[in-house]
Ligand binder design. Structure first.
Ligand code: NOJ
Ligand code: NOJ
Length: 461
């Protein structure tokens, strides 16, 4: 039997991903708007509202809302987003009352902060939530619903009473302090967290300006500027790598190679960069980002047995970082590749192809050359200093190779997926089988976002 095409498979999987994703939103017994990281309640227990995971899920629901044509479907997505807004405001209050503050990373589904020991604070959470809710606010403003935005999302009053404002105030004051990384393990300053904090502040400033809060806008922009200086310090010129964490305060030290750096350039998993943000500080085609992506692909390729070219499976399965010991159940084991991150790498390549397609030029530098050399096919005959312009056949070949590379990452995820289209947190590094928390929300959100990006790419002439 001929194998189903990737496009046909994506279509089928999208429908299933949406169903699985929405099952994790306001599940029975939870407060409306709570989103569980996974339905798994033991080994491991992921039945919590993680601020980071939930923010990415909101992003996917907003996309579903924007794409939906039928009023009933739009209404359903809309209600879920509003539940999320109310729930988020509620847990902000609870975290402040509980004393841990907005950096509290996870909540019981009834809306109270997790009480056990945990890596706190995790400051990427409020930043992601602010970014995604700002996107929601922009959507609503475009629909002419400024009243609703002011009532529910952003209000100038201080102390902050609205959800976005609270996250922005927290982020603007808190960013200089170290926090735990998005993997919840390392205390220090993180590229991922900082990129998202900056993005939240820049977008928040634009929103504040639109809503007549210019003083706040100025303050947020000032903080964003300062963050830019800190972000530039993550480049390690010797290793030609953007390192994930600086000023690490916990043991054991890490090498700094971490897939979060690439996920960060997707803005979490956000698709389009709204004009709101102006020029990205680290766009996907930044030479340092390209060099980092190349180093990561090489590292994970040789780290995991399932990536052995002799096995002949398309793409590369991507994990968190090479020293990872968490296998989805326990932390004294060995780490594995993750579907959500492998999907994130697909998205990275699509976004890169889009960006080059739009700008019409590709500049090759000594720093980014290794990235292009590793692309499949003969896209590689390039020299530093060269600029490829649209119309040059090599330009078309590179853009095409990027799209195919993205497809290879998705084909990899497909290869290891369960037959019913479900995905867990991890894929065993020896066998590829799904393991760890079942039905991880982030997998489905990432899948919906990445495939929408692919659709954009294919429909752009
Ligand atoms: C331990 C892992 O190392 C950490 O990254 C993860 O967030 C938690 N377990 C989740 O339970
Ligand atoms: C472990 C991951 O390291 C973390 O980023 C995530 O938030 C939790 N699991 C929940 O999915």
């Amino acid at each position: 039997m001929a194998e189903e095409s990737l496009g046909a498979w994506i279509c089928r999987e999208k429908a299933r991903a949406e169903i699985y994703l929405l099952r994790n939103v306001s599940p029975p017994g939870a407060l409306p708007g709570a989103i569980v990281a996974s339905p798994s309640r033991s080994n491991p227990d992921y039945y919590y509202h993680w601020v980071r995971d939930a923010g990415i899920v909101l992003r996917a629901i907003l996309q579903l809302y924007r794409l939906a044509r039928e009023p009933a479907a739009r209404r359903r997505y809309f209600d879920r987003m509003m539940d999320f807004v109310d729930f988020s405001r509620h847990i902000q209050d609870m975290a402040v009352q509980g004393g841990t503050g907005l950096g509290e990373p996870k909540f019981y589904v009834k809306g109270t902060p997790y009480t056990g020991p945990w890596g706190r604070p995790q400051d990427d959470g409020p930043a992601i939530r602010a970014i995604e809710l700002t996107h929601l606010a922009i959507s609503l403003l475009e629909e002419g619903r400024e009243d609703l935005v002011k009532e529910k999302l952003y209000e100038a009053t201080l102390p902050a009473r609205s959800v976005i404002k609270a996250d922005l105030e927290y982020t603007a004051h808190r960013w200089p302090a170290p926090c735990y990384d998005a993997w919840e393990e390392v205390l220090g300053h993180h590229f991922f967290t900082r990129i998202l904090q900056r993005k939240a502040l820049v977008g928040g400033a634009a929103l504040a300006t639109r809503l007549g809060d210019p003083g706040a806008a100025g303050f947020y922009l000032e903080q964003a500027r300062s963050l830019e200086g800190e972000l530039r310090r993550h480049w390690d010129p010797e290793r030609q790598l953007l390192v994930s964490t600086r000023d690490q305060q916990t043991d054991p030290p890490r090498s700094g190679l971490d897939s979060l750096v690439i996920i960060a350039t997707l803005g979490g998993y956000s698709i389009e960069d709204h004009e709101l943000y102006g020029e990205d500080l680290y766009p996907v085609n930044h030479e340092q980002v390209l060099a980092t992506a190349a180093a990561q692909k090489r590292t994970f390729q040789s780290l995991y047995p399932i990536n052995d070219p002799a096995r002949n499976i398309p793409g590369i399965a991507i994990g968190r970082y090479p020293e990872d010991h968490y296998d989805g159940y326990r932390t004294d084991s060995i780490g594995n590749p993750w579907p959500s991150l492998t999907i994130g790498f697909a998205m990275y390549h699509y976004k890169l192809a889009m960006r080059y397609g739009r700008s019409g030029s590709i500049v090759i530098t000594p720093t980014n050359l290794p990235f292009f050399q590793a692309l499949p096919g003969d896209a590689a005959q390039l020299d530093p200093g060269e600029g490829l312009l649209e119309g040059d056949p090599r330009f078309g070949r590179v853009v095409d190779a990027l799209r195919r590379e993205g497809d290879a990452f998705l084909a990899r995820v497909r290869h290891h997926m369960n037959p019913d289209g479900s995905m867990s947190e991890q894929m065993n590094r020896f066998t590829g089988f799904q393991q760890g928390a079942a039905h991880l929300s982030m997998n489905y959100a990432a899948f919906l976002l990445a495939t929408e990006m692919r659709r954009h790419l294919l429909s752009t002439p």
